[in-house]
Design a protein. Structure first.
Length: 339
C-alpha cells in the first residue's frame, strides 16, 4: 500500500500572515525524508481554517525543495479555471520537475460562501453537470490524453509548452458519478472519504469495473483520502483532532476564523447551534484517530473495505510541530522510510 499526504495548510490563531505556506514547505521536506509517495496540496477559498487557494503556485516551490516525493494538486477545482491554462501550468511544472508532478482535478467550488462561487463565474449548470464535463474533455484534449471531437472549434489550439507531456491526471470526487467519469476517461481516481464516509467501496469497485484505458498500458489506480491523526496515544490523538473538528462546525455557521489551539478547543463550551451544525454537516465516522496501533488497524481496515491502492492522509492540527510528529508516527507505523 502506498501512503501519501494531502496538505490543506491549516491556519492557527495568532499565526503570522502566510505562516501556513512556510509550514507546507517544511512538511513537504519531512514527507520527502519519511518516504511518503505523494505530497498534494488542496484548493480552498475564503475558509479561514485552511490557507491554500492557488495550489499551482505552491507546487513549483514544493518541487524545488524536495527530491523524491511526487508533488501535485488535490485538487485544481476545474470550474474555477480555464482548461487550457491548467494544462499550460502543469506542463510547465512537469518541465521543471520531470516525472514528479501530478494533476488532480476536482469539480466542487472549494468554498461555502456563495459570493465566492459567483466571483469565480462557474458554469451556469453548476450542479456538476455538462459544463464541468465539457471543461474536463477540453483539458484532456489540450493535454493530448484524448482526441478532440471532429470539427471542434478549439482543435487547432495548442497548450504550451507543446513538447512536454501532461502529468498523470487524477479525478477527485466523493460520489458514484465522479467514479464513473474517471473510469470512462481512463484517469486515476481519488475518493474523498473525509467528506463521504459511506460511499468508498461502491465507488472504487465501480471505477475498477468500468475503467477504460485512455492510452495503452493505463491501469486503474484508486486513492482513498482519509482524515488521519496519530497521537502518542488515543487520548492525545483525539486532542490533536479537536481544533479541526471545531473549525469545520464553525465554518458551516459562517465563522472564517483560524483554528484555535488544542487547549482552547478542548475547553470550548459548545452551543446548541454548533451541536446542530455538527450533526448536520460534520461526519467523522471515516476518520482514523488514535495511537500508532489503532491508526494502523484503522487504515488497513479502510483499505480492505474500499479496495483502494493508496491512502492519502489529511492531518489538520494547528501546531505545525505536532502535525509533523503525527505524520512521523504514521510513517513509522507502516515503515515507509525502510520500504
Amino acid at each position: 500500500m502506498l501512503l501519501s499526504i494531502l496538505d490543506q495548510a491549516p491556519t492557527r490563531t495568532g499565526g503570522a500572515p502566510g505562516h501556513a505556506f512556510q509550514d507546507a514547505l517544511t512538511l513537504a521536506r519531512a514527507a520527502d525524508e519519511l518516504g511518503y509517495h505523494r505530497f498534494w496540496v488542496a484548493e480552498h477559498h475564503a475558509i479561514g481554517s485552511v490557507a491554500i487557494s492557488a495550489p499551482e503556485v505552491l507546487i513549483g516551490v514544493l518541487a524545488h525543495v524536495t527530491e523524491r516525493v511526487r508533488i501535485g494538486s488535490g485538487a485544481m477545482l476545474l470550474p474555477n479555471h480555464r482548461p487550457i491554462h491548467v494544462v499550460e501550468q502543469f506542463r510547465s511544472l512537469e518541465a521543471l520537475a520531470p516525472g514528479r508532478i501530478d494533476l488532480g482535478i476536482g469539480r466542487s467550488e472549494g468554498a461555502i460562501d456563495e459570493a465566492i462561487v459567483r466571483a469565480f463565474g462557474r458554469p451556469t449548470d453548476n450542479a456538476h453537470g455538462a459544463g464541468y464535463e465539457d471543461q474536463l474533455d477540453e483539458l484532456l484534449a489540450f493535454g493530448e490524453v484524448q482526441p478532440w471531437p471532429e470539427g471542434h472549434p478549439l482543435a487547432t489550439a495548442r497548450a504550451a509548452p507543446t513538447d512536454v507531456p501532461l502529468p498523470p491526471v487524477f479525478l477527485l470526487g466523493s460520489s458514484a458519478g465522479s467514479a464513473a467519469t474517471a473510469a470512462r476517461r481512463g484517469l486515476g481516481y481519488g475518493f474523498a472519504a473525509h467528506t463521504n464516509t459511506q460511499g468508498a467501496a461502491e465507488a472504487v469497485q465501480a471505477y475498477r469495473r468500468d475503467f477504460v484505458p485512455a492510452r495503452p498500458g493505463d491501469r486503474p489506480h484508486a486513492i482513498l483520502a482519509l482524515k488521519i491523526t496519530v497521537g502518542e496515544d488515543d487520548e492525545h490523538a483525539r486532542a490533536l483532532a479537536a481544533p479541526s473538528h471545531l473549525s469545520m462546525v464553525r465554518a458551516r455557521l459562517g465563522d472564517r476564523s483560524p483554528m484555535v489551539s488544542v487547549e482552547d478547543a478542548l475547553a470550548h463550551r459548545w452551543t446548541d447551534e454548533e451541536r446542530a451544525a455538527e450533526a448536520e454537516f460534520v461526519d467523522t465516522r471515516a476518520d482514523v484517530v488514535g495511537g500508532v496501533d489503532a491508526v494502523r488497524a484503522g487504515i488497513e481496515a479502510a483499505v480492505e473495505a474500499s479496495g483502494a491502492d493508496e491512502v492519502i492522509a489529511i492531518t489538520n492540527t494547528p501546531d505545525p510541530e505536532e502535525r509533523r510528529a503525527s505524520f512521523r508516527r504514521l510513517s513509522e507505523a507502516f515503515a515507509l522510510a525502510a520500504a
